[in-house]
Ligand binder design. Structure first.
Ligand SMILES: Cc1cc2nc3c(=O)[nH]c(=O)nc-3n(C[C@H](O)[C@H](O)[C@H](O)COP(=O)(O)OP(=O)(O)OC[C@H]3O[C@@H](n4cnc5c(N)ncnc54)[C@H](O)[C@@H]3O)c2cc1C
Ligand code: SF4
Ligand code: SF4
Length: 423
């Protein structure tokens, strides 16, 4: 039997790895970040059930970490792939963590003492972390990483660590893995809202993205779950969501629908209402796409909670004397409405993860015009690629929600399993 390499350890890669490992296949799970988990680890609740995202994901992350058939490689990227189905050689480069992974027990004493605070990517820009840090509260592996770009080498953490686990110098290491098949699950990145500068992201402090809102609304996030205006820390009395920012927009050559943004806006609108029933919440939309099981009912529930749905797309967000102003034509009655929200949330679209083009080239598989990886057939062979033994799963194929991602991961695992047992 051969091994399988899974590249990307979000929910797609994690599910693929578990399905294979539970059927006796040794899986090498590679992620370029210092923890596995991907975007699902950043979310607060998940539509349409409003289950806590980490309550579903974290047990799977722990199972991966403890599974005898799974080897995890974090801070790692693919350098080259050679061979063919049944006999791939995958060369990976593991970037330095500046930590001896075999010694660190994740106690966190070094984090406490580190004096440097920097922007925290996991908190989507609205929180800070130390120069030595755990990437997320429930990191797997549960160890720290030292950020060499921001560390000032004051030496405090070296003194705090009783296990001598922190290293001043560490080099890249190269590893070679033999595998019968490969699954690519490298996921997505969110649209950079600054490319639609008219909406004021970064220029106006109370314009945030949907991913920033996920971190803000999360009880273990940077605001302890309080939805607030970043300008003054107060609870907003009115919130406006602007949909399709970076989706279905020919002016920036992004014609496709990002699939999850309508539902995530409805979800977060409901969570805001539940926390602060007095807050007025309006969603400005082109169409509401509630296509999945239970999604239409979810949309109806939001309406019954008093969330406003305004059929019309604002062209910009303007700073005025009252704070912020949005003008929008309600296309249902032709009236122009003027809104003065205290917080604006931009529902940003989804793009293939950064570096997808390079990875696809290394693998010899084509990408679509949109940049997503191309399956053999969009209707009936959605996880196979033109290269036998190389499969794709999750949002690297196209935008999709977690249930569809997990289903596709199971399908990719099945095909990779067949190659592995033929070996
Ligand atoms: C604001 C927002 C809210 C959402 N809310 C919901 C919700 O409530 N319910 C729902 O069903 N869906 C929701 N979604 C969608 C959900 O996030 C995705 O369906 C899901 O996370 C996709 O998982 P994935 O594994 O495909 O990708 P990702 O989570 O992006 O995982 C990809 C992994 O691959 C790694 N990686 C990337 N490139 C490389 C590389 N070259 N080498 C090695 N590793 C690499 C990344 O580090 C990452 O760990 C939401 C999306 C957004 C933007
Ligand atoms: S490096 Fe040392 S102090 Fe820091 S978490 Fe690991 S064991 Fe604890
Ligand atoms: S040496 Fe670097 S990581 Fe360690 S405490 Fe000082 S600044 Fe922080």
């Amino acid at each position: 039997m051969g091994d399988v390499v899974v590249i990307g350890a979000g929910i797609a890669g994690i599910q693929t790895a578990l399905d294979l490992a539970n059927h006796g296949i040794v899986v090498h799970l590679i992620d370029r970040e210092p923890s596995i988990g991907g975007h699902m680890a950043q979310l607060d609740k998940t539509f349409p059930t409003n289950d806590c995202s980490m309550c579903i994901l974290s047990p799977k992350m722990v199972e991966v970490a403890q599974h005898n058939n799974i080897r995890i490689y974090t801070c790692a990227e693919v350098e080259s792939i050679e061979g063919a189905v049944g006999n791939f050689t995958v060369t990976i480069k593991k970037h330095p963590r500046y930590i001896d992974e075999s010694l660190c027990n994740g106690c966190g004493d070094c984090i406490q003492i580190c004096p440097v605070e920097v922007y925290n990517r996991f908190d989507a820009g609205i929180g800070v972390r130390k120069a030595i840090y755990k990437p997320q509260p429930q990191s797997v592996p549960d160890i720290v990483i030292k950020d060499a770009d921001h560390c000032i080498e004051c030496g405090l953490c070296y003194d705090a660590c009783g296990l001598d686990a922190i290293k001043e110098k560490q080099e890249d290491t190269t590893l070679r893995i033999m595998a019968a098949s490969i699954v690519i699950a490298t996921g997505y990145t969110v649209f950079d809202a600054n490319k639609k500068a008219q909406f004021g992201h970064l220029a106006l402090p109370d314009v945030i993205t949907s991913l920033e809102l996920e971190r803000m609304i999360n009880a273990s996030g940077p605001t302890g779950g309080r939805v607030m205006r970043l300008s003054d820390g107060t609870t907003p009395k009115s919130v406006v969501f602007i949909q399709c920012v970076g989706s279905r927009d020919m002016s920036i050559n992004r014609p496709y629908c990002s699939c999850v943004c309508c539902m995530q806006a409805i979800k977060n609108a409901m969570l805001i209402k539940e926390k602060n029933p007095q807050t007025e919440v309006t969603i400005c939309y082109m169409d509401i796409r509630a296509y999945g099981k239970g999604y239409e009912e979810y949309f109806e529930r939001a309406k019954s909670m008093g969330i406003g749905f305004l059929h019309g797309m604002p062209s910009d967000v303007i700073a005025d004397r009252e704070g912020m102003m949005i003008q929008v034509e309600n296309t249902e009655n032709g009236e122009v409405q003027v809104l003065h929200p205290e917080l604006v949330v931009l529902s940003v679209g989804i793009s293939p993860s950064i570096g997808t083009g390079k990875l696809a080239e290394q693998l010899g598989i084509p990408v679509e015009e949109t940049g997503f990886m191309k399956p053999v057939h969009d209707a009936v062979e959605t996880v196979a690629t033109i290269k036998p033994g190389i499969y794709i799963a999750g949002t690297i194929v196209a935008p999709k929600d977690i249930p569809d991602t997990v289903a596709q991961a199971g399908s990719a695992a099945m095909l990779a399993f067949i190659d592995a047992i033929r070996k």
